[in-house]
Every structure is written in structure tokens, then in C-alpha cells.
Write a protein that binds this ligand. Sequence first.
Ligand code: SAM
Length: 238
Amino acid sequence: MRVTIITAFPEFFRDFLSTSIIGRAVETGLINVNLINLREYGFGNYRQIDDYSFGGDGMVLMAEPLSKALEKAREGHQGVDTVVYPSPQGAMLTQEMVESLASREHVIIICGHYEGIDERFAGKCVDLEVSIGDYVLTGGEIPAMAIIDAMARLVPNVVGRGGAVEEDSFFRGMLDFPHYTRPALWEGDQVPPVLISGNEKEIDKWRKQQSVQRTLRRRPDLLSRANIASYLEKGVYL
Ligand code: SAM
């Protein structure tokens, strides 16, 4: 997985790229993430990267610095890339979209700020606008982290235990089953006995039942796309 982030605020990413699962994945080379500071492509001594929105209030990231930063991101790489612009006006980010992005050779993420980016740059250079929800953030940095984090989980060995990723919510269109850890009894509450029975077949069946029930209760909209057949084959009932 190769990602380049173009941002006016690279400091946002320092902890993200050096902490926990993502930090380890970067350190061990499982994922390759580059940062480009948009200010380095700004105009004049002040490294200007934004200007007033024509006809209205607020600042907009200018097309030229973005274009130069994009050129830099592509330098030395002849391969095909996908330019993603996180935007509240984009298509809603889904697990399917993340899977598709994770399979691309090089993903370049343009972080907007203020009122956003010049529409002419978006029209010419952006392949995909993605939203992380119907609300507005101050910049594209947090959405960029969300996209990268979700993509990185799909890279083999980034998430430790084998199989864990495939059991998570949205894989096979279902929500995950509930998880418990030690102690088995906490404040008078016992974990479901089947989980400490040691019977793997029964545990698997229980987990699948829980997954289906949770999805039905919380996200019935997912079920139309879910691979219910694989659950029913295994004798799972509601
Ligand atoms: N004027 C824009 C609008 O109303 O559609 C909002 C701009 S927002 C304040 C600044 C930047 O934050 C955007 O360019 C985008 O990169 C990012 N952003 C904000 N909310 C987002 C969301 N829900 N999903 C993805 N990116 C978002």
C-alpha cells in the first residue's frame, strides 16, 4: 500500500504515523506513507497557498500550489495513481470503497482546508471525492487518517491475529459479534458460557448468530447485501 498525503498541516500526521498499529506498519515497511507539505509549493516569501473565495467570504486553497504538490507526489512514479479528495460533498466512504482503494497502486490524498480547494483543480485532477459523514470538519486531515487507517487494516500482517480483519463489521455485510475478555465474571455479570466452553464449533455458531441478530437490530439495511447464505449453511438460526 502506497499513499501520499498533500496537506498544509503535516504536523497532524506525526503521531498518527508513529503510534500503535499504523506506527508499526510504517516502521516495518508494510505500508508506505509520504507527506507533502503544501506550503513548500506556495507563492512568495509567505508561501501563500490560499486566497479569498471569489464572490464570497472565506479562503480557498489555490490550484497552482496544489498542482505543483501533485506533480511532486507523482515524481519518479510512472504507475497509475488515484487522487482522492476528502470532501463533505463526496460519496460516503464505505468498506467496499476502502477495499477498492487498498488495491490501487498509489493513492494520493489532497487535504482541503478553509472553504476547500479551487474547483478547477478538483475538476481536472481529482478522481474521487469521499465524505466520512454528513457533517463538516475544519480540514481533510482527519478524513485522510480515517481512509489510510481503514486501508492499512486490509494489508496482510498489519493487524496482528490472522482472520481478525475478516470477522470485523461490514465484511460479508454483517456487523461483528460482541467481544468479552477477562475476568469471566465482572460486577456480577458473567460472559456467555459458550465462550469459555472450549467448544470451537459451538463458539463459531454463537458468534454467527450474534452477528446476524445484531445486524438485524442495528443495521437491517446491510442485510440485503450480506452473504446470509454462508451463515445459513452452517445452521445458524436467529
Ligand atoms: N465549504 C465546504 C462545504 O461546505 O462543502 C466545506 C469545507 S471544510 C470546512 C474544509 C475541508 O475539510 C474540506 O475541503 C474537506 O477536505 C474537509 N472535510 C470537511 N468535512 C468533511 C467530511 N465530512 N468528509 C470529508 N472531508 C471533509
